[in-house]
Design a protein around this ligand. Structure first.
Ligand SMILES: CC(C)(COP(=O)(O)OP(=O)(O)OC[C@H]1O[C@@H](n2cnc3c(N)ncnc32)[C@H](O)[C@@H]1OP(=O)(O)O)[C@@H](O)C(=O)NCCC(=O)NCCS
Length: 195
């Protein structure tokens, strides 16, 4: 049903995502060493590959299948599914920066000596059970094993408290904050403040 202002809202909402964005992200780093806490007994992890990537549809109604299809072709990306009772209930990726050109720009710029954990998600019905925390530990261990010389980073929007608590719970330590102005996909200003 049409409501006053709905066209304008729809147009601005749609285009502002692409043309203009202001982001404030909290950045955390993996300290290395053994992970804290015990692994979750009922959660398993599986590498995302060409043959299983469509299973992302088990975790969410809006599966980002095209992004997964691009990432599995890249040797700079590792993706993991979190599984419970044989069902995919979450996913996450870690990218050796800078990663493939066709899927840039990243939503933040991080040092070229780093890996960035990104695109993490847990099914609505499995949230609050520690799946994210466990997934982050597995992603960090996978990146540390594949790219031992790299700094492993993760960022999240400052307002995303579930994500921030999960990141800290997984053992990551605050590194700083980034405030970025992005216009037409290009970063115009990006400020790092150390934690
Ligand atoms: C963020 C997200 C991945 C968390 O998944 P999850 O499996 O529910 O997280 P966990 O169960 O491991 O919980 C992590 C922490 O967040 C807390 N938490 C969970 N839901 C919360 C909420 N809605 N608000 C505040 N804190 C919350 C948990 O209590 C836990 O903190 P604690 O260890 O201090 O108790 C999930 O909410 C999600 O997929 N969100 C949409 C996508 C997203 O935001 N991805 C992350 C982008 S970086």
């Amino acid at each position: 049903m049409w409501r006053p202002g709905s066209w304008r809202t729809a147009w601005l909402g749609e285009t502002s995502m692409r043309l203009f964005a202001v982001r404030k992200q909290a950045i955390y780093g993996w300290p290395g060493g053994a992970p804290q806490g015990r692994p979750l007994a009922d959660v398993q992890f599986e590498r995302i590959t060409r043959s299983n990537l469509l299973r992302v549809g088990e975790a969410r109604a809006d599966p980002p299948t095209a992004a997964f299809a691009a990432a599995v072709k890249s040797t700079a990306d590792i993706g993991l599914f979190a599984m419970k009772g044989g069902r995919v209930v979450g996913h996450g990726w870690v990218r050796k920066i800078p990663g493939p050109r066709r899927t840039r720009p990243e939503h933040i710029r991080v040092p070229e000596t780093s890996c960035l954990i990104r695109n993490c998600y847990v099914s609505l019905d499995c949230r609050g059970q520690g799946v994210y925390r466990a997934l982050l530990v597995q992603l960090a261990l996978a990146a540390a094993s594949e790219w031992p010389e790299r700094w492993i980073l993760i960022d999240t929007e400052v307002s995303n408290m579930a994500s921030r608590r999960g990141i800290v719970g997984a053992g990551f330590e605050p590194v700083g904050m980034v405030r970025a102005l992005q216009i037409c996909g290009r970063f115009i200003i990006q400020d790092w403040n150390k934690a």
